[in-house]
Write a protein that binds this ligand. Structure first.
Ligand SMILES: *Cc1c(COP(=O)(O)O)cnc(C)c1O
Length: 458
């Protein structure tokens, strides 16, 4: 018999979970104004809100915490992290930040000014927020295939070179501070970008005199897909692939809460010393001195170790297989999920799940609430609420895709949890025809409204 797949780790410490009743959940979600971000974690049984900062650290990472050096300047933890980043990514210069959006804030303070144009593959919400906050414009150049959730394409995160070139031709290079390649592309469903696409985008950007910045939260998962799916990479190690990917960029921003398997942290990597120096001033203002930037020494140690573990093939295979396991359970039940499955999450196509709910009543949010009510499973809306209003017209933006994202924390849940999640969603699927109305907004913030929005039944 062929030996089955099994996790590449065992469990040393556990955290109890409590199941709740539907009547309790009805009360809690009402009190939370139908915003899943407002729930208390103990009101959730399986929490798939995000894979950000929710992973389980290893015994080695916890050991590294004890070795943290808390010196204000020049700590050994800083140098350990710097060396690890240099070896993995090839970026000589780096700045620690407290998380990914802080890295964006610091880097964009240096590079992005008002009226700038920032092309890329579906920018992440905080990335877009930091661009628009500076009165610049993010232009989505993702390939059209990404918007068809059923089309089988190995690299749906790819940038459309024609769309990109059109941007390069329409604006002077002085108005395009960078092209952002998000690996994997979170907003289009955790979809990877091929090495070939990275190479071509980088070459085109160079021709037009534009810098390439990687938004790298899930760079290791991207490398895994390149190894699995792209010709010529099957025999390369994850770390060789990572090195090659980053060799095509000028800088990177990182949310360490994702592929680096820590609960908090981020950084910026730079090739150019001048850019690094310029950004250092903003880092000191916003984050902290250049050798800690919002992180404690122990956290930098755990991050350095997490970067090494996060780029191990066996770990990545365990991780991505678990996500695909959940995806397979849903797909086999006939539920419309994005395919191929993304690296960190399964995306349920809410428009096809709940066709009777009008888009003005927030289809994906409606589905996310139903899934919570059914089983205490918390996913998140990736749809019209997240898409926010147009910064100029202030009209609601209705994106092509309305999804519920089920993000799987790293090394946290078992496949039994995945079966529980699938059963909860299948139950909603079976009564989908009864769900015809959604929600209306009662209160919202002017930017990044999804975190705090308050809703009521429409
Ligand atoms: C999470 C994420 C960010 C922002 O990072 P935070 O650590 O949450 O601030 C930026 N880009 C991408 C692609 C992300 O997934």
């Amino acid at each position: 018999m062929e030996l089955p797949f099994a996790e590449s780790y065992r469990i040393k410490m556990v955290e109890p979970l409590r199941r709740s009743h539907r009547s309790e959940r009805e009360q809690w979600i009402k009190e939370a104004r139908y915003n899943l971000f407002n729930l208390r974690s103990e009101q959730v049984f399986v929490d798939l809100l995000t894979d950000s900062g929710t992973g389980a650290m290893s015994d080695r990472q916890w050991s590294e915490m004890m070795l943290g050096d808390e010196s204000y300047a020049g700590s050994s933890s800083y140098y350990k992290l710097k060396e690890t980043i240099r070896e993995l990514t090839g970026f000589e210069f780096f700045l620690p930040t407290h998380q990914g959006r802080a890295a964006e804030n610091v880097l964009f303070s240096t590079m992005v000014k008002s009226d700038d144009i920032v092309p890329g593959n579906s920018h992440f919400d905080t990335t877009k927020g930091h661009i628009e906050f500076r009165k610049a414009t993010a232009v989505d150049c993702t390939i059209n295939e990404a918007f068809d959730t059923t089309l089988d394409h190995p690299f749906k995160g790819n940038i459309d070179l024609e769309k990109l070139e059109k941007v390069f031709k329409s604006y002077p290079a002085t108005q395009i501070p960078m092209v952002i390649i998000t690996i994997t592309c979170n907003t289009s469903g955790g979809q990877p970008v091929s090495m070939d696409n990275i190479r071509q985008v980088s070459a085109m950007a160079k021709r037009y005199g534009v810098k390439v910045v990687f938004d790298s939260a899930r760079f290791a998962e991207n490398a895994y897909y390149i190894k699995k799916r792209e010709k010529g990479y099957a025999d390369k190690s994850i770390r060789e692939i990572v090195r090659e990917m980053f060799s095509y960029g000028d800088a990177m921003t990182m949310s360490s809460k994702k592929d680096a398997i820590v609960n908090m942290g981020g950084f910026i990597g730079f090739r150019d010393e001048d850019l690094f120096r310029e950004a250092s001033t903003y880092n000191i203002m916003f984050e902290g001195f250049v050798t800690y930037g919002g992180m404690s020494g122990r956290d930098m140690n755990a991050l350095a170790q997490g970067l090494l573990e996060g780029t191990e093939f066996d770990y990545l295979e365990t991780r991505i297989n678990q996500v695909a396991y959940l995806g397979g359970l849903l797909r086999n039940a006939g539920i419309p999920v994005q395919y191929p499955f993304g690296g960190h999450a399964i995306f349920v196509d809410a428009k096809r799940f709940l066709p009777a709910v009008p888009k003005e009543q927030f289809v994906a949010q409606t589905l996310a609430v139903e899934i919570y009510l059914e089983g205490g499973v918390r996913g998140v809306e990736i749809g019209a609420i997240l898409a926010d209003r147009d910064p100029m017209t202030r009209e609601n933006r209705y994106p092509e895709l309305e999804m519920v994202r089920l993000a799987i924390p790293r090394r946290t849940y078992t496949n039994n949890h995945m079966e529980y999640v699938a059963a909860s969603i299948i139950n909603v699927w079976e009564r989908r025809h009864e769900i015809k109305t959604g929600y209306q907004i009662v209160r919202e913030a002017p930017i990044l409204r999804h975190f705090t929005v308050e809703l009521d039944r429409a």
